[in-house]
Write a protein that binds this ligand. Structure first.
Ligand code: SF4
Length: 307
């Protein structure tokens, strides 16, 4: 299924003549709603204020990370509690991008995405992010940073190259948080495994696109040296790390105790002291990474625009 940018409707790839009136209302366990948005680019503020715009083709996110700060932007408690089980498609996102005057985004720093993942499972079918990128590649020279946890980003390497060939810039950031699948399943229950993410960002790198691995947050790492080696093997040259703020961090309903229990168990301490133990662990892993990786930034400075 693809989105027809001229007609503003979805159609069936296997039969391009057939426009579908019925769009999927669920994909896997995620329920999907479609609403028009007023704008597709939002002025960047706060943590992202060094960028001109953030771009979120969806709201909600099927990856359902238990610590996702975006979940807490929703005032709707039901939406917050069911985070990971719903996605809202900005159905006119491609038309909104198409309405921008050609060249209007030349040189503009755009961060995609700040409150969703542009390559979440629904994107494989809906191709909304791809539709937006096609317009960008045809009409603009943006400086685009893509942040994802999904191997689906590999699909769009042709468009990233096209943007670069036309005079724009692209960097793909892949979030990788641990080498421990118990930890990943507890904190990021519906996300692809970290091995899958590493393979994918290696493919993007091999396709000649600028890449970065963002360990934000860096959770527990079982084998720091082997982890560092697996990062180097991807061929990626830039890395960013940031500790998890257990003190300030919010968790989705019913997930906090499980996360804290697991951290205490893995660190071999009790719940009362695991935060200090974790920070010590983070410092130790950070030192290993700094000694092994070509370039390692930390925190907000690490997220400064790369172009
Ligand atoms: S992938 Fe990003 S937006 Fe999606 S749930 Fe995880 S942290 Fe939130």
């Amino acid at each position: 299924m693809s989105f027809d940018t001229q007609q503003g409707r979805f159609f069936d790839d296997s039969n391009p003549e057939l426009l579908l009136d019925k769009r999927p209302s669920s994909i896997g366990q995620t329920s999907i709603a479609y609403t028009p948005a007023r704008e597709i680019l939002t002025r960047a503020t706060g943590f992202m204020d060094a960028y001109d715009f953030t771009l979120n083709p969806y709201s909600g996110c099927s990856f359902g990370c238990t610590y996702c700060y975006a979940a807490f932007f929703s005032r709707d408690v039901e939406k917050r509690d069911s985070w990971g089980y719903w996605v809202n498609v900005k159905e006119n996102a491609v038309e909104l991008m198409a309405k921008r005057k050609p060249g209007a985004l030349d040189g503009k720093l755009i961060y995609m995405s700040s409150v969703t993942d542009a390559y979440q499972p629904a994107e494989r079918e809906l191709k909304l992010t791809r539709g937006i990128l096609e317009i960008m590649a045809d009409r603009h020279k943006p400086k685009l940073v893509i942040q994802t946890r999904s191997p689906a980003v590999v699909r769009d390497c042709d468009l990233f190259r096209q943007i670069e060939e036309n005079g724009g810039r692209v960097q793909v950031n892949m979030t990788v948080t641990t080498d421990d699948e118990d930890v990943r399943r507890t904190f990021e229950p519906f996300c692809p495994s970290n091995m899958v993410r590493l393979r994918a960002i290696g493919e993007v790198q091999a396709a000649g696109i600028d890449t970065c691995i963002t360990m934000t947050p860096l959770l527990l790492v079982s084998s720091p040296y082997a982890f560092a080696d697996s990062l180097v093997e991807t061929g990626v040259q830039k890395f960013i790390a940031q500790p998890f703020h257990f003190q300030r961090g919010k968790f989705l309903a019913g997930t906090r105790d499980k996360a804290f229990d697991l951290m205490a168990e893995k660190l071999g301490c009790d719940q009362a002291s695991f935060r200090e133990e974790y920070l010590e662990h983070y410092g130790m892993v950070f030192d290993v990474l700094r000694d092994t990786l070509p370039e390692l930034g930390e925190g907000k400075d690490g997220f400064a625009p790369p172009f």
